[in-house]
Design a protein around this ligand. Structure first.
Ligand code: NDP
Length: 392
């Protein structure tokens, strides 16, 4: 039996992972499940899956979790150290699906025990890619991509020589505001930004799709995961979101990965890798779809893509700064403290104010450095938001 843990089990990716595991219960032993505020879901899933351990990120919710697990022999724990403990519990395969950089330490703990880490939590790779890759190497652990674009690239590379790759193209739906007049973007509301044209995902990644910060993270993720040079990574707007990525080879071939809008494909691929097994996903009817469209992204509409290039040029800890500034800008947008387009201004200002503090090399970055950069960038982002509001 494959021993499995799911970090972020109560979220969108976590629930899709549980759906797949639940279809073949005899094949898996669930070690640990973690969640945040959704204690009822966490406890229900822990009981249904007979998990050994259930962890909430929030210490004040430990009593609620214990109550919800009463009558079972499932261990309950809470807080940051307990999340890392969940990652460290011996398992063969760990899904990293916490949202935000909060997923970094538990993911590192999973790699340190030598587990295969199925990585949906792109923020940890953006903030600390060289560190994650180094810890994986040192512990003979494997990281498998779960983000649909990176799973697509991974699949389009099977059996190929990396030296023959000359470019990768990551597709983007264009998000909720692809067709809005530019002048209206500043007035976009939280509800409007929280609705994705194609995918059903958690709120934060949905808003990041509207602003293209999600794609910016993915460009950096592709660099960190596969080692592509920044100028080899292209972004193409593809409103139907059916081609997730393409890999271009020196001989002119473009290998495209086509699949439905269903994360269970990418999750299932990572779960069954290196095998391909049947998955409960729709078989696409291309004739009914009829047409696939592509556009060059509008750089004025999506400044986040330019900022991703800047991060890859700066290197060092700039990914940690970028991600933290983006997370804080998003918090402030969700709280109504700034407008939709002001998220770009916040991230750009934080990135420029931290530029001089970045070490020149990145291969030896430590968790302490990442944590410190993340912390400073959040303070700086909060200050920028105060400045914006004081000017009004
Ligand atoms: P959700 O918001 O749906 O779920 C996030 C999970 O993390 C929940 O279990 C949540 O708990 C938990 N969580 C939230 N905050 C914290 C915290 N501070 N510490 C520990 N746990 C926390 O997110 P998604 O499932 O949409 O996304 C998860 C990750 O996967 C993200 O990195 C995202 O970018 C990536 N991803 C998601 C895709 C998708 O289709 N959704 C596609 C590709 C990548 P609770 O809900 O109980 O509070």
């Amino acid at each position: 039996m494959k021993r499995i843990s799911i970090l972020g089990a109560t979220g969108s990716v976590g629930q899709n992972t549980l759906d797949l595991i639940g279809r073949d219960p005899g094949a898996y032993e669930v070690v640990a499940l973690t969640g945040g505020r959704n204690i009822a879901q966490l406890a229900d899933d822990a009981k249904a899956m007979r998990a050994d351990l259930a962890v909430t990120a929030h210490e004040e919710l430990l009593g609620d979790l214990r109550d919800a697990l009463a009558g079972s022999d499932i261990e309950a724990a809470a807080g940051q150290a307990a999340l890392s403990e969940a990652g460290a519990r011996p398992a063969d395969w760990v899904m990293s699906a916490i949202v935000g950089v909060a997923g970094l330490r538990p993911g590192l703990a999973a790699l340190e025990q030598g587990a295969t880490l199925a990585l949906a939590n792109k923020e940890s790779l953006v903030a600390a890619g060289p560190l994650l890759m180094r810890v994986a190497r040192e512990n003979n652990a494997r990281i498998l991509p779960v983000d649909s674009e990176h799973s697509a690239i991974f699949q389009a590379l099977v059996g190929e020589d990396m030296a023959a790759v000359n470019r990768v193209i990551i597709t983007a739906s264009g998000g909720a505001f692809r067709d809005w007049p530019l002048a209206d973007l500043a007035q976009a509301t939280l509800a409007q930004a929280s609705s994705h044209p194609n995918w059903n995902m958690g709120q934060r990644i949905t808003i990041d799709s509207a602003s293209m910060f999600n794609k910016a993270l993915e460009v950096i993720e592709a660099r960190e995961f596969f080692g592509f040079e920044p100028d080899q990574i292209e972004v193409l707007v593809h409103p139907q979101s059916l081609i997730h990525a393409l890999v271009g080879y020196h001989d002119g071939a473009l290998m495209a990965h086509v699949g439905p809008h269903d994360m269970r494909h990418a999750i299932g691929y990572a779960l069954n890798w290196p095998e391909r097994r049947e998955l409960p996903v729709e078989a696409l009817d291309l004739a009914a779809i009829g047409m696939l469209n592509f556009e060059t992204p509008d750089v004025q509409r999506y400044p986040a893509l330019r900022l991703a290039r800047e991060v890859m040029r700066m290197r060092g800890l700039s990914g940690a700064v970028f991600n933290a500034a983006k997370e804080r800008a998003l918090d402030h947008f969700i709280a109504g403290a700034i407008g939709f387009t002001e998220m770009n201004s916040v991230v750009e200002r934080v990135l420029s104010s931290h530029a001089l503090q970045m070490p020149g090399t990145e291969n030896d970055i430590t968790l302490d450095q990442v944590t410190k950069s993340d912390h400073l960038a959040r303070i700086c982002a909060d200050q920028v938001v105060r400045d914006i509001n004081n000017r009004m």
